[in-house]
Design a protein around this ligand. Structure first.
Ligand SMILES: [Zn+2]
Length: 273
């Protein structure tokens, strides 16, 4: 597989294994049917995703809320056992911008404790639920020793997450709403009506054109797909994801990497501040 040295673009396949926590923590609904949509990610989505990743021998990063790890320890273990990177994604998918400093600290600690308890790992990376951050988040991530954040949308390539302070070395590995499954596919009646249910051919067109554009530029860009087992895990979307993977693998000099590896490469190329 292409290394970072001669790549034209880095690609990272990321999955936010929200399960029930997104419905409980972000959407604030606890009805059995809503929660069962989250459970679909554990029951069907993750096994299907792991099978596809194994078929092409691809590394991936899974951001897992602590509640998901506690609720689905066996499924979470299959992700770790397959060698994929685990990242922090809150405890109950709490949007950080709605928390004060003390509450956000508790969420960081509860998430770390759950991932340690269920996976024996301490994550190097953090992605906030729904890609919102508080004004305290970066300070907390640095305090708890995180290497990178994956919640910002400011560029097509990694950059320093924070602008100030000697010794602060938090790397941003950014995403894009256009390159998520949730923005296109997620349907809901409540708490807000979301149309969702896009045709896979529409999303495939968007995802491939962004890949082709980044590849053509041949730079330090990182093409980060952000997906959710409970959304991408449906067959028609998994078939689309496989076609996207085949398109990417059909190009030489593509570095397919876990998010932590992309952050490490950025750190190695940029002297510590
Ligand atoms: Zn999430």
């Amino acid at each position: 597989m292409t290394s970072s040295a001669n790549r034209k673009v880095a690609v990272s396949l990321t999955f936010d294994f929200d399960a029930e926590s997104a419905w409980l923590g972000s959407f604030k609904v606890d009805t059995p049917s809503a929660l069962s949509r989250g459970a679909y990610g554990a029951n069907e989505g993750v096994p299907r995703i792991l099978k596809l990743l194994a078929k092409y021998d691809l590394p991936a990063t899974f951001f897992i809320p602590g509640d998901t790890a506690d609720r689905h320890p066996a499924v979470t273990k299959t992700i770790v056992d397959a060698g994929h990177e685990i990242g922090h994604h809150g405890y109950l998918h709490e949007p950080p911008h709605l928390l004060d400093l003390a509450a956000e600290r508790v969420v960081i600690e509860r998430g770390l404790d759950a991932l340690d308890r269920q996976t024996g790992t301490r994550p190097a990376g953090y992605r906030s639920p729904a890609w919102e951050l508080s004004n305290n988040t970066f300070q907390l991530l640095e305090e708890y020793g995180f290497k990178y954040d994956a919640s910002q949308l400011g560029a097509d390539r990694p950059y320093w997450a924070t602008a100030t302070g000697p010794g602060q070395q938090l790397v941003e590995v950014p995403g894009a709403w256009e390159l998520t499954d949730s923005s296109h596919f997620l349907f809901a009646f409540s708490p807000n009506y979301l149309t969702g249910l896009a045709s896979p051919s529409k999303v495939e067109e968007i995802w491939l054109a962004d890949f082709d554009g980044m590849y053509e530029e041949s730079s330090d860009a990182c093409y980060v797909l952000t997906m959710h087992p409970q959304i991408i895990g449906r067959h028609h979307r998994m078939q689309m994801l496989e076609r996207v993977i085949q398109h990417i693998l059909g190009h030489p000099n593509v570095w397919i990497a876990q998010m932590g590896d992309i952050a490490d490469e950025f750190l190695s190329r940029n002297a510590a501040r």
